[in-house]
Design a protein around this ligand. Structure first.
Ligand SMILES: C[S@@+](CC[C@H](N)C(=O)[O-])C[C@H]1O[C@@H](n2cnc3c(N)ncnc32)[C@H](O)[C@@H]1O
Length: 400
């Protein structure tokens, strides 16, 4: 067996022992939404407009026990979904999860990401969360996925960050040193839990576990995934963009954009802001992770394959002609106080509320036509757009 095969076998064995994530199975669709798994919201985030087509194909690459897959099916009612994974036991749970909640537009394949070319056709949305960093060769993995991305398609990726996982890496190595057989995952969990129970309370590894991770690590599946993993590659901004560049796809932005605002760190100092103005995007991201390593536990982002539009709606005429719709990712509608796609609170004025009401399910009326009945200014429409409460379809054929 080659090293790469041995690593893949060890990874499959970990997830056969501890299928991940260990979320309970429900007899109904999962609660709420994650906008990154909603094609309409994700496409709007990446391009500034609603997608023309919702009858799409979605791939959940390394789907594990199918928590994301199940959302992908329920949040995209016109899509066909494919899940694939290396672990037969994780796939068994994914299948049962989807059967119970009647997520029936889904097929599963027991396959390595490297062999994704065995699945016929291309995909409009590829979701690959928490997987590439467990591959012996993540570049080969991302390139295999990129080949399956349709023109105009989006890929959502999540990989680990080195700076925010420093204590985890130390604990992983400490557990490995104390273990006779590093492939005995339940034994690794026992050693790790005993270490945390034994080390002094003010120990740095203990503090980080207590403050940041212990809630999710109550389940052994999560503890094992974090501390007794046979294969993990962590990224910095520099190595992350080597991976992205190797994919041959376009970087469209982080899907947790508030982390990547430099202003939250140095905004109080005009002189520091001034010094940072000429940094390239990548240099700015690097500065942010250097200044806030605790937040750099992972990177989550969208890549895309051309042709993808890029609309910013600064042109008044284009905005007036566009056809607005209500975002599918809103919690609390039709109250005046609701949560937007990112679960941020939005308080609507009466006029904004009326505008949103008229957008709801709208497929014909333009912004201009709605504004005849609702006394809203264009800037207020833009503010609804920025909060992603409404989405727009451009309309070049109807100038009035
Ligand atoms: C941390 S879990 C993530 C599961 C799921 N994506 C999620 O976020 O809930 C990683 C999953 O990737 C799978 N995996 C690891 N290497 C793989 C490979 N080469 N091909 C396919 N799946 C793989 C594992 O079996 C495991 O189920």
């Amino acid at each position: 067996m080659t090293d790469a095969h041995a690593i893949s076998a060890a990874v499959a064995n970990l997830y056969n022992t501890y299928p991940f994530p260990p979320e309970p199975l429900l007899d109904e669709p999962p609660p709420g939404y994650n906008w990154r798994w909603n094609w309409v919201a994700a496409y709007n985030f990446c391009t500034g407009q609603k997608p023309a087509n919702q009858a799409i194909r979605i791939l959940d690459a390394g789907c594990g026990t199918g928590v994301g897959t199940e959302y992908l099916v329920h949040l995209n009612p016109h899509a066909q979904v494919v899940g694939l994974d290396l672990s037969a036991n994780a796939l068994g749970v994914a299948q049962e999860r989807c059967r119970r909640s009647r997520a029936d537009r889904v097929q599963f394949h027991h396959l390595s990401l490297y062999d994704v070319d065995q699945v016929p056709g291309e995909f409009d949305l590829i979701n690959c969360v928490g997987v590439l960093h467990h591959l012996p060769d993540p570049i080969r993995g991302i390139q295999a996925l990129a080949k399956k991305l349709a023109p105009g398609g989006l890929m959502h990726i999540f990989v680990y960050g080195e700076l925010g996982r420093w204590e985890i890496r130390l604990m992983q190595q400490a557990i490995a040193l104390l273990q006779g057989d590093q492939r005995d995952y339940p034994d690794g969990v026992r050693v790790g839990r005993e270490l945390f129970a034994t080390l002094p309370a003010q120990n740095r590894l203990v503090q980080r576990e207590r403050d940041r991770w212990s809630m999710e690590n109550q389940r052994d599946e999560c503890f094992a995934d974090m501390y007794v993993h046979p294969q993990e590659i962590d990224y910095t901004i520099e190595t992350l963009f080597e991976l992205i560049d190797a994919s041959g796809l376009d970087f469209l932005g982080f899907s947790n954009p508030r982390v990547w605002e430099l202003g939250r760190l140095i905004g109080k100092s005009a002189s520091l802001v001034e010094r940072a103005t000429d940094l390239s995007d990548r240099q700015r991201y690097r500065l942010i992770e250097l200044l806030d390593p605790d937040a750099s536990t992972h990177y989550e982002f969208f890549l895309g394959r051309a042709p993808l539009p890029q609309t910013d709606w600064t042109d008044d005429g284009a905005l007036m002609r566009a056809i607005p719709d209500r975002s599918p990712c809103i919690d609390g509608w039709d109250s005046h106080c609701l949560f937007n796609f990112d679960y941020q609170i939005v308080n609507l004025s009466n006029d904004e509320w009326m505008f949103l009401k008229m957008c709801d399910g709208n497929q014909e009326r333009t912004v201009e036509q709605i504004l005849v009945e609702v006394p809203l200014k264009l800037d207020q429409v833009r503010s609804l757009l920025e909060q992603q409460v409404i989405l727009l379809t451009p309309n070049s054929t109807n100038p009035h």
